[in-house]
Design a protein around this ligand. Structure first.
Ligand SMILES: [Zn+2]
Length: 355
């Protein structure tokens, strides 16, 4: 049960890698095989991290008081090894270093920190000014990016199916949000609580991108990982239309995400931790529908409802119904009983058949 107790939050779900091993060839297949092996190895490393005494965390907290909140980023270069964190590549306030991976990780963490700070008043991942540590060039052509409970890690991708994982701002924001969730609802990474964990990461990933690009709900593409998965028409996930993100991909197959409970997939824990990257399509679709109904900039009202739900209303074993009830309650608290916002959120969860 190692895979459930010590999760590494990877952006590329196991079923995509399995499909590449089955249908792919050459370099891409070799890279996928290696990514599967590596993630097993990483889980073992992760369990060692969790066993560390709590005091080790102190080095990550930068002595911030309640009145000041400053961003502190550190980007490291693993130089294609698997040693973390690697050698120091860029610190806070340093000029660009002309390695796109280093600079994209630095800027992406800044954009993510910015949405959480400027819109929701949050001070970094832990809300206590935690230093944001990120490592790039992890492994050889590593086909994944992950949050390991302490820091972000990005592979370079194999170059055939996957590009470098820092290329999409939403991937960076998705992974950093796993950190936020860890310090808030701490949603257990399996079954419905795990799918909610994944969904909150996609929601705030998309919001970071929309905030940066100043896009309203109609302009946003609602895609996650549109650049990382190579090919114009492909992305890793679509919140607007779950199940269509990489439809017809010759190697990865079809996107298995359901949009409503009618297609909910009951999976055993050894398959994607019970479908955390699959059934997350349902709460993703609920957020999208609520945001479209409420309109405007999604990070303002709909985002605030989801943010407050994540921080104040959910426990680690929350399921979809609980998340639905909690978001409706927050909408009521924020915007009033019978408000457009409350009705929109309620309708969204009904449309995806959670309620
Ligand atoms: Zn994730």
């Amino acid at each position: 049960m190692e895979y459930v107790r010590n999760p590494i939050m990877c952006v590329i779900p196991p079923y995509m890698l399995d499909s590449i091993v089955e249908k792919g060839a050459g370099k891409a297949r070799a890279a996928a095989l290696k990514a599967i092996k590596q993630s097993n190895h990483l889980r073992i490393q992760r369990s060692a991290i969790q066993e560390r005494p709590r005091g080790d965390y102190e080095v990550l907290v930068s002595g911030i008081t309640a009145h000041t909140c400053k961003i502190t980023r550190r980007v490291y270069d693993a130089e294609h090894s698997e040693d973390l964190p690697g050698s120091h590549a860029r610190g806070e306030g340093d000029p660009p270093v002309k390695d796109p991976c280093v600079d994209e990780a630095y800027d992406g963490a800044g954009d993510t920190w910015g949405l959480y700070h400027d819109v929701y008043g949050r001070c970094s991942i832990d809300d206590r000014g935690m230093v944001i540590d990120q490592t790039v060039h992890f492994g050889e052509e590593f086909d994944n990016a992950f949050w390991n409970g302490e820091q972000m890690v990005y592979g370079d991708g194999d170059g055939e199916l996957f590009a470098r994982f820092t290329m999409d701002l939403d991937i960076i924001a998705h992974e950093l949000t796993h950190g936020v969730t860890q310090y808030e609802a701490a949603l257990r990474y399996w079954y419905q609580s795990g799918a909610l964990n994944e969904s909150f990461s996609d929601v705030f990933a998309s919001l970071v991108k929309q905030y940066k690009l100043h896009q309203d709900v109609k302009k946003a593409d609602w895609l996650i990982g549109a650049n990382v998965l190579i090919g114009e028409e492909y992305a890793l996930r679509s919140m607007k239309a779950p199940g269509t993100a990489f439809q017809g991909h010759p190697v990865i197959g079809d996107d298995p995400q359901p949009a409503t409970m009618d297609d909910y997939q009951e999976l055993p824990p050894w398959q994607d931790n019970g479908g955390v990257h699959i059934n997350s399509g349902i709460p993703n679709q609920a957020f999208y529908l609520a945001a479209m109904e409420i309109g405007g900039y999604a990070w303002e009202k709909t985002g605030l409802i989801w943010y407050r739900t994540l921080c104040d209303k959910l426990g680690k074993d929350a399921n979809f119904v609980r998340a639905a009830m909690a978001t409706i309650l927050v909408a009521k608290e924020e915007y009033g009983s019978g408000s457009l916002e409350e009705k929109a959120v309620q309708k969204a969860w009904k449309d995806v058949k959670v309620l």
